[in-house]
Design a binder for this molecule. Sequence first.
Ligand code: COA
Length: 134
Amino acid sequence: LTGVEVAWRGEVGSEELERLHAAGFERRESPYDWRGQLERHSLGWVTARADDGALVGFVNVAWDGGVHAFVLDTLVDAAWRRQGLATRLVRMAEDRARAAGCEWLHVDFEPHLTDFYLEACGFTSTPAGVIALT
Ligand SMILES: CC(C)(COP(=O)(O)OP(=O)(O)OC[C@H]1O[C@@H](n2cnc3c(N)ncnc32)[C@H](O)[C@@H]1OP(=O)(O)O)[C@@H](O)C(=O)NCCC(=O)NCCS
């Protein structure tokens, strides 16, 4: 995939990330301190920028401070989907988490993304659980 640059811990503005995130998860945009959250709580993140500088992809890698890292907020701009970009972003997340000494990379997802995470990205399916706290 040409015309896009992928970076670990690349510069990212809260506003542009909120725009991408809100569009991807089909919700309204609202002011949010993404930069603060990432700096405080993430092992790192991956950005994808088009040649014109636009943020077109993102993956957040949260961390327990030990050997567990967690993929969150995998996002690709609608115009850039189905070209392997998200797969590339997750692969960089995997490589960097491994390089940082993590031993496990976790993710959870909705059923329609099973092929993306298990086939394209190489995650193994495992029982997991979640409680909606609100
Ligand atoms: C999910 C998302 C990040 C995928 O980005 P992408 O760059 O299009 O993904 P890729 O091109 O790397 O996909 C690789 C493979 O995964 C599978 N896949 C990707 N998106 C899929 C989808 N929406 N439905 C079904 N399979 C999908 C396909 O097998 C695809 O290969 P193919 O295009 O040759 O069929 C993107 O659709 C997105 O931002 N969605 C909205 C936000 C979201 O739901 N994020 C996930 C949070 S867990």
